[in-house]
Write a new protein. Structure first.
Lengths: 423, 423, 423, 423
């Protein structure tokens, strides 16, 4: 199961496609001038993320779920080469014919099914060669965008959204790699990490009724975020902030990981099979719990949001705490309608697990001719996360954004916010 | 995963508990007179189901998901012994102290985690001894019910519903066992099996709007069937009958099992890993497809409902056919509101996979002091089935009844009915 | 690995074939009169072994390495049917054509590779039907042997040796099955088990030099026991008796199972992976160690030979005790040349692990037209055991007899006798 | 099993220790002058082997059996630091305290059992830092050897033999890594590879009798190579050269990989489980079989020795060819006594599988106070290889040298030479 899921992480990103606005144009198209700037900005951020890495850092794959940094760098470039440059400029404009094979996530589906777990075997091409590849792609795209090339403009938002998703995976995958090293290397002293949140959580109440769910059809969004529809909600309350490490430590101290009564049956089996006793990356020292972060090993900050917990753990915690996880509809409704300031940190620190299995919205219809594959194919076995994390590119998320992972996964920046029925 | 799920099949049956009616009494309580009759009738059916079996037939466990017939026979008796006889008549009234250990499904949770897959090792006690056990329990229950014993009456509906669930598992498990035998033994010449359905399927239309979902709080039902609530539905159509083998053969002939475009990502991985090419129990012969049934091996009847397909297969078929699976709310709404005769075979042949993950209804609150464990613990990783099958005890099901299995499982009597959005 | 080994247990028995005497006749041929008697005696013992079993006892397979009792009963009959009755009397003389398929160990090689682990699925034919099968075969064989039929006489010793091997497996497999049952059933109050041995072990010295190794070519033996050849031995000593439970308890008390220094690298990995802390079937109680036996659960008798230990454990014990396991050549030389009474229990209680991997003797040449397969195919991955056990049929073993099992296996009646270099 | 074996590769190298000469001095001690030279030469070769590698090449671990090049470079330095420099110069003389933890193979035994498969996670320290480490160790060793330091001199031969073993593993592991890369990178245009052999193989005859086996006690050797002893051999013939690819192609063409009759039972199971159809690294192209080598992908040269075959394959080939593998005693006897020129390529191209399980020689006694662990712990589950390969350091091997690997392993430079009984 883990393997299968891992095989799909890239496919599913690939598969995401924009919905269409009222005009029939892909939502979120840009004009040439701002397009050049925006392209350079997003692409530049990816390169900046790679600055702290050695050739070896960028090559190793620490688990089948993760991809090497070099692969993220190359694959996001392949995307523009495959869907814009090659169609517009011809196959000869490709940097290297082999790269289409090496960095095309579809290769897995077509050929050797073991390809994904073997990404870490690619010590060649080197990191430097991959940067050359990026520059090659950037030059072509710059020219096409400057010329107002229609295809380049049409694909821009999707390609950059795709790249931003890989930026987050880049960081989660590097953290996982560095966490395997007993030397606990520092990725960057100012790397993203969840920030402390102040004070006790408050319950924020929401009325029930019919709530509008789904992303604005005129803005850029993925197909699974629509169509806009109504959902029948019942009165509920949502915590004003996410759960903190302090609260999680109480869960641990109260035997949370050892008491099956709090857990889903599948979840407890996983918990026992993998020996979970704390969030991923936590380790016990004579000086108390520490955790591996992109800034290296650090003491667990009790005021920071708990992070790197699976859906199973989040769900068990919520039951222990006398609450529950919100449905994704509750979360979205709250995010759209809460009084300003009532809900803290919706998009800043950790993705928030919901109790909703990832599924099609009413009236969802997989588009013909989608870039990549039918998105609905991942609507089985995964749970929805809402919000965004400290590792998410700025401006990437929105109230209707639907992230999703298998409930056992922990290496993303994932936490939770409690909900409860109104008494 | 398969293992974990398999470990929970009994637990979850055990966990099911009645909701409560307006009066505070367990819904569905009976008066003493009819109680004695009803008890005898249900218990007698279980014994009748065992009549065709040898001691060996009743002992072997053909896979971890299944339980031996002897275990079903003993465990359903243990239920009454543990929750009625021992509390009312004292521990000394137990048939054999060891039986509480051998036939108590909770043993698994408490002690040796390998117990469930080892149920098939219990060549002793013999089948005859287990029948003695049943008679012992029946005598005590008859006396208690005749006396109008409050506990016996209060537990009756739950105990019999529990037994009826085991009656269906008894049949699905025997079929699985006999299917492993190259001799393809006949369980019974008149054993339950899905019956041919006539004619082409018609689309039956339903309005959208707010639909009432959930079982009548005054009738007997399990906790997960409530509370009654509204769900927002959009106009949809449901097929007048379930999918047939004829239609499934077209799916096979069209490469349905080999074309990933139709499948959930997890589903296709499972399909390939297990080499699925047809429903479970089908096998190819020079005379065409045959299938193992409780009546022995038979040619596949093109007019009969397709049976023994997983959720993954059902979902892929629906996509291939240009439709989709209904949500469980759509199914329930249709079952409650369709014109008489419009929908055929809702409760007669095969359980119908829905597109809904098994999850808590709004306002669902696990009851304190439940018999067994919290039912919500299985609300992860399973999909809802609606209706009933040819192997379901008469009168067992109802419109709000929620069955659920892991989407990869195929040994239950499971099929599907198509839905689609109204054009 | 375990699986592969398990798949071969029957094949390898099947594969064993007699060497040939000087006359060109199969060694050990009998004349008609004594043949009828001997056939009846050996066949009768098999039936007697089955007397304590129920239909279910005889059907269940407790692990892939083991076979159901019913299978042993049928397969040993199939052997005579396939190699004598069908060739002499025609296919029509077979009891049931399906049985050749069900009880022919070669079926595994030819067809479904999962057949062996699925032997326990055969609840039909019943035990009673299998006894009918045996009687059918016995009638035919009695007639053929009485008539002095050449093929029947030629195959007799091999067929009976084959049956005797299955008699031992019958017992080891039933013990394994009953050991899985928490009720710890008694197979028979007077069933075979290792008997207490008196006194301290003495070292018995043997000269080195060239020793004759290999079974007498004129007596019945398996091909792997020849040809007779010389081996160069160095002076060594062998313990006068096998290791006892008392000595093994000291090994346990001294941390024997937890100290890698005593163990082969592979062995310690296995020990840890399976959590070995004592011989198979031992379990700790408030009253000390007990062990499951064919006579039910019993306190461990300190004076009895240790039994149900793997080669890995035996080897670790020997190193802990400051000795070593003997080579198979040392064992055979000692068995052939020791003064009467010097070595106790060579053939009475437990098979004795040697330090020799099972391999071809110099000049060994797999015979053409062998019954079954080439015996040498098991000369990889197994270790030689010498002697015989309490479960071995009387007269079955001899000084040159070579038994062999994978070094991790423990469910046979296996123990050890220490050796050491002469100081 | 594969995993366990993989965990022991380094341990077992570490465990190897020199026998002792008549004088009580470690065999093969050197005087200071030549010691400095020899140390520089062997150490320099290791560095030269790393010259073609990037930081990433040197970091990635392609399978649990293999180690990263960086690890080989560091670990061989750690050996001298741990056993000479730290004892002589104090702990402060260590390059970095963490390195003892990272590059000490014993760490696995002591602590985290997953350490070995995680060697490839060590992107830090960088390759450059590891070269610094080597220079640090070389400076200290140069000084100690120049001073005639007794410990340094005493450990020299063992440390260099250890390093030479790692040189060979370095090459086999890099080949395995590069073979995973679809780009099939070239390690070096003049890298070692088996060279074509001329003409038909001839049978070279050897008399039987008592042969002296075991390495010269006065020369450097590992403990398992002694004591010298006699083995009783029977007349046999050995092929004048190893088996070639041409011969192997005939085996393939004749269905060698699909016909169980040629195979050990364990071997055929492995063959089928892993889908072997040719030696490791071979791949089929429209232009015929090619193979990955240290010089990149190349057509299979029919005249070159077959290489990268497991013991199982070698054994099956020998049976197919009407011969057998030699015992290790036959091989050693032949290597010691053959007429000059009669046997070609004993130490030049491929290690030669024998039919002998790795086991203790008569009188073998594990030395107290050995460097590392008791060597006998690997005398289970492995088969002996004799000779040397193109990747073996010059002068490393000798007639009595015993290499050993699990019979399923194929990534070493392993081939075979046929033997047969004298007719």
């Amino acid at each position: 199961m883990a393997h299968d899921i891992s095989e799909t992480i890239e496919d599913r990103i690939q598969a995401l496609r924009p919905g269409r606005g009222e005009t029939g144009e892909p939502a979120g198209s840009l004009k040439a001038g701002s397009a050049v700037d925006r392209f350079a900005r997003v692409r530049g951020r990816t390169v900046a993320l790679a600055a702290p890495l050695s050739d070896a850092d960028a090559t190793v794959q620490s688990m089948p779920d993760a991809s090497p940094a070099k692969w993220h760098l190359a694959h996001t470039s392949w995307f523009f080469e495959a869907f814009v440059i090659a169609p517009e400029r011809g196959e000869a404009a490709r940097f290297d014919a082999d790269y289409a094979f090496l960095f095309n996530s579809y290769y897995d589906a077509v050929g050797d099914r073991h390809a994904r777990p073997h990404r870490g075997m690619l010590t060649r091409p080197t990191l430097e060669a991959v940067f050359d590849y990026r520059r090659h792609v950037d030059r072509h795209m710059h020219a096409l965008l400057s010329d107002g090339n229609a295809r380049a403009l049409a694909m821009l938002e999707l390609g950059l959204a795709h790249e931003e998703q890989h930026q987050e995976l880049f960081l989660t995958d590097i953290l996982h790699l560095f966490a395997q090293n007993p030397l606990k290397p520092v990725y960057a002293a100012d790397a993203p990490q969840p920030q402390p949140v102040a004070g006790e959580a408050q319950w924020v109440a929401f009325e029930g009724g019919l709530a509008a769910i789904g992303s604005d059809p005129d803005g850029f969004h993925y197909d699974c975020e629509g169509p806009v529809h109504e959902a029948r909600l019942y009165p509920f309350e949502l915590a004003s902030r996410v759960v903190t490490n302090r609260e999680w430590l109480e869960f641990i101290a109260d035997g949370g990981y050892a008491r099956p009564a709090f857990w889903m049956s599948d979840g407890f089996a996983q918990c026992q099979a993998e020996g979970w006793q704390a969030p991923l990356y936590w380790f016990s020292t004579p000086d108390g719990w520490h955790t591996m972060t992109l800034r290296g090993a650090q003491p667990v900050d009790p005021d920071a949001p708990v992070c790197h917990v699976s859906h199973y753990e989040a769900d068990a915690f919520a039951r222990w705490a006398g609450g529950r996880l919100p449905t994704e509809q509750e979360w979205e409704h709250a995010a759209r309608t809460a009084k300003p300031g009532a809900l803290h940190g919706l998009y800043t620190d950790v993705w928030e697990w919901t109790s909703s299995a990832f599924a099609a919205y009413p009236g969802y219809c997989p588009p013909d001719g989608a870039i990549g594959e039918y998105n609905g194919k991942f609507m089985s076995g995964t749970m929805v996360l809402r919000g965004a994390s400290c590792a998410t590119a700025e401006g990437h998320a929105r109230p209707g954004y639907r992230n999703f992972f298998h409930p056992a996964k922990r290496w993303q920046f994932t936490g939770l916010r409690l909900a409860r029925d109104t008494r």
